[in-house]
Design a protein around this ligand. Structure first.
Ligand code: NAP
Length: 260
């Protein structure tokens, strides 16, 4: 994990930095919004459920936060991604940080999980993610700087039984951002890949087992700390997942097969 010194919460003109988040209506996206607001950032919050975003907007205003732009956005609609990102930028002046967070988590054995769920997972977690990154890169190149944050998962480190499509979708996130990091090396564009373990949100509440689970408030703080430090990549929390992830990658299939 490469770390840099804490980034300023103000842009070079002294204005508060702005953050655009997909999937801000629930779980990690919502908690990152609350945490960024507490830390003085301007926000652009998107998800499909506009009513939920409006409630969050009101909550943040009541607790004295800065400007919050909200918009309905389905990340699988790539034209909408471009339009909403442009609207948010026009409203907030620029977009310093874009967090590609929206995601879904269908699990089931390959051949048993209905294929429409496989397709939905790839459409949201891969195509929707890449559409967000693409639109952000156009924005960052036009404004001359930017910080792209992608929310991957420890599921990217090893294909698990019943976790095929989710793990594959997150491996795509991690690999895509490795390419982007190399492409933007030595440029004013920063790329961060965050790989959470289990953080208590609706995406995993039905899971039979959630090893090392942490609360969403702590998860949100850790994520925003890592984003402010502009790390290249990290598991969240770092311990024990950085070690467990390395172990998962080398365990024999006979052991992995038992981890159902
Ligand atoms: N929680 C964990 O333990 C954990 C671990 C590793 C990785 N992650 C990743 O963290 C990210 C956030 O997950 P979470 O835990 O916060 O789950 P969550 O509480 O279920 O939230 C998922 C968010 O994604 C949005 N979303 C889903 N499909 C969308 C679409 N097509 N377009 C736009 N927004 C969409 C949802 O909003 P709407 O329904 O309103 O659109 C919601 O705001 C996901 O990428 C997930 O894979 C989570």
């Amino acid at each position: 994990m490469t770390q840099q010194k804490p980034a300023s919460k103000r842009d070079p003109q002294g204005a508060a930095k702005s953050v655009f988040i997909t999937g801000a209506s629930s779980g990690l996206g919502r908690q990152m919004a609350i945490e960024f607001s507490r830390r003085g950032y301007c926000l652009a919050l998107t998800a499909r459920r506009l009513d939920v975003l409006k409630e969050l907007q009101a909550e943040l205003a009541a607790s004295g936060g800065g400007p919050v732009f909200v918009a309905a956005l389905d990340v699988t609609d790539e034209l909408s991604v471009v339009q909403v990102l442009a609207q948010a930028s026009a409203q907030l002046g620029s977009l310093d940080i874009v967090v590609a967070n929206a995601g879904i988590g269908h699990h089931g054995a390959i051949g048993k999980l209905p294929f429409d769920r496989v397709r939905d997972t790839i459409n949201t977690n891969v195509i929707g993610f890449m559409a967000t990154v693409d639109a952000a890169m156009h924005q960052f190149k036009a404004q001359g700087h930017g910080h792209l944050v992608g929310i991957s998962s420890v599921a990217a480190f090893r294909g698990m039984p019943a976790g095929g499509v989710y793990g594959a979708s997150k491996a795509a996130v991690t690999t895509y951002l490795e390419s982007l990091r190399a492409e933007t090396h030595s440029s004013p564009i920063v790329v961060t890949t965050l790989s959470p373990g289990f953080i208590d949100t609706p995406i995993n509440r039905g899971a039979k087992s959630r090893p090392f689970v942490i609360g969403v408030e702590r998860g949100g703080k850790l994520l925003v700390d890592l984003i402010e430090r502009q790390v290249q990549q990290a598991t969240v929390p770092r311990w024990p997942w950085s070690v467990v992830a390395r172990l998962m990658a080398v365990l024999p299939t006979s052991v992995i097969a038992k981890l159902r």
